[in-house]
Design a binder for this molecule. Structure first.
Ligand SMILES: C[S@@+](CC[C@H](N)C(=O)[O-])C[C@H]1O[C@@H](n2cnc3c(N)ncnc32)[C@H](O)[C@@H]1O
Length: 521
């Protein structure tokens, strides 16, 4: 991955300056011949002019342009559901061009407007950048043909004399020498750029993107795909750094990574003024992500110390939690305190909510029993008598094991009851890879499975990010559907996840990581 990242480089902008000087030296050999009926009037050679002029007569601009998404090459499984969710928030379908390869860092999309693309990029943490695609091919010659076929009236607004521009060269899975980059830009001299190069603050940025495949051990000499387009917007990758739990005010052993939290909020299609609930809220990382997208947030946790920000600190250099180390302070840190409703101590197995569709999204990371116990209130001895009088406030209820299979059944039943219609449940399901099959994913008659993405935890364990949408109000029989229909039966194998996790290779890893700043449970 490291190797890939180093190869994953941007072109030095200086290249453009050199190229521009070269273009200027060619100007005396060019002719300017405005043609009636075309917007084209740039200083290019007569041959180039003829090429563009002829194509112009044959091609018409499309109401919907082609767009190219450049995706980050990590969390591969999460990318498609994220982009689909963000498109569906705008009421748009995901329409890729032919030969779509989900694992590629470059996706060509159709039937979108520039506004749609900007909307996606304002939310996506999986996408790095988006471009209006002007041309592409498997070779530079194919790219040239494709660019020559691109309607001039689509290009010319960005190539006007009084505009400024810059060209970047980007290569994926290969590092190009400076001189090679320069050659790449030189080779684009058939494009009718008229504006002035500005390296610092250009009005328009263009990009040549070369794809050398995804195998760092077998990098081809020539790119397998080449794209050229106008840069439109960058995604929200910067949020991963700015919201990193390393610098967060209040953290715990199981605080969810910032990038994954934001991805979960996107999978859940969280939007402004939504009401989002996390029943296993911990230190509130998922509330932080959802509030960033404008949702009102609340949560519950069985652990008194976590909810009240008390007890031992999870930081290496700190014994006890300091004052004001709590979830509200986390939201304050990122400027979203106004979206904080509240959190409270409560057992998810005994929800305290009135029976109504309350939440637009339920986003959660239930305990797997690795770094925190999976407990619920109650006793095998059937102690049902509540404490009386003055002892009520200081009463600590007896607890018993909360089996993973029950956690998921309760979570799905709760979501079916308390999500609004069309609302989304997003949660993590830990799995033991050798045993995993799709039938293990809990189902519910009122919830439709939208996506199921894997994140590997170790050689034999992973967790799956499950997204479900409420499609029907629960009827009396739905909460006990697992009794009648085997497809809704809880998979009991989930219960042994802890033992499976600590077997073999994980033993060492689990022991070493007992106390750390950043955790993937
Ligand atoms: C994996 S952690 C959640 C971490 C959280 N997403 C964060 O970023 O800090 C699971 C949480 O569930 C809580 N928990 C365990 N059993 C519970 C129960 N029966 N009801 C409510 N919360 C419970 C634990 O105290 C723990 O804080």
């Amino acid at each position: 991955m490291h190797q890939m990242r180093t190869q994953d480089t941007h072109c030095t902008i200086k290249v453009v300056a050199v190229c521009y000087i070269k273009i200027l030296t060619l100007l005396p050999f060019m002719v300017i011949k405005p043609q009636p009926g075309t917007l084209f009037c740039s200083p290019v050679s007569s041959r180039k002019y003829f090429e563009f002029g002829t194509r112009m007569a044959l091609t018409k601009s499309h109401p919907f342009l082609k767009y190219l998404l450049h995706l980050a090459h990590d969390n591969l499984d999460f990318r498609l559901p994220e982009i689909k969710a963000l498109l569906s928030l705008r009421g748009k379908p995901f329409h890729p061009y032919e030969n779509f390869n989900e694992k590629s860092p470059f996706w060509r999309l159709k039937d979108l407007s520039e506004e749609d693309v900007r909307g996606i990029m304002a939310r996506s943490v999986c996408a790095k950048s988006a471009f209006e695609l002007w041309g592409h091919g498997q070779t530079h010659s194919e790219l040239r043909t494709s660019l020559l076929n691109y309607p001039l009236e689509n290009m010319s607004p960005f190539m006007q004399k009084d505009s400024t521009y810059r060209i970047n060269v980007y290569t994926f899975n290969k590092t190009l020498e400076f001189t090679d980059r320069l050659k790449r830009i030189d080779a684009l001299d058939y494009l009718p750029f008229e504006g002035t190069v500005s390296l610092k603050s250009p009005q328009h940025i263009f990009c040549l993107l070369e794809d050398y495949g995804t195998d760092p051990n077998s990098i081809p000499e020539h790119p397998i795909h080449i794209y050229f387009g106008r840069w439109i917007a960058d995604g929200q990758r910067e949020l991963i750094r700015s919201h990193s739990v390393k610098n967060r005010h209040f953290i715990g052993n199981t605080s969810m990574d910032a990038g994954l939290s934001l991805i979960m909020a996107n999978h859940a299609k969280v939007k402004e003024n939504d009401l989002v609930f996390d029943p296993f809220v911990g230190t509130g990382s998922l509330l932080v992500a959802c509030s960033h997208f404008g949702a009102y947030v609340c949560g519950t946790d069985i652990d008194y110390n976590t909810i009240h920000g008390k007890g031992r600190s999870s930081r290496r250099n700190q014994k006890w939690r300091g004052p004001d180390e709590n979830i509200r302070a986390n939201l304050r840190q990122y400027g979203t305190e106004k979206m904080y409703l509240d959190v409270m101590v409560s057992d998810a197995s005994k929800p305290v909510w009135r029976n109504a569709a309350l939440f637009d999204a339920i986003i959660t990371d239930p305990p797997y029993g690795i770094r925190e116990s999976t407990r619920r209130t109650g006793s095998h001895k059937d102690i049902t008598k509540p404490p009386e009088g003055i002892y009520v406030e200081s009463h600590v209820p007896v607890s018993q094991v909360y089996h993973l299979s029950d956690i998921f059944t309760d979570l799905l039943n709760f979501s079916a009851q308390h999500l609004v219609m069309g609302g989304t449940l997003v949660y993590w399901l830990p799995v033991y890879q050798p045993e995993y099959c799709e039938e293990m994913v809990p189902l519910h008659p009122c919830l439709r499975l939208i996506s199921n993405c894997e994140q590997t935890l170790s050689s034999h364990t992973s967790r799956r990010l499950i997204t479900m949408e409420k499609i029907k109000e629960p009827e009396e029989l739905d909460s006990s559907a697992h009794l009648a229909d085997p497809c809704f039966s809880p998979y009991q194998g989930h219960n042994a996840f802890r033992e499976k996790y600590f077997s073999g290779l994980n033993k060492k890893c689990g022991k070493d990581n007992n106390k750390s700043d950043v955790n993937v449970e």
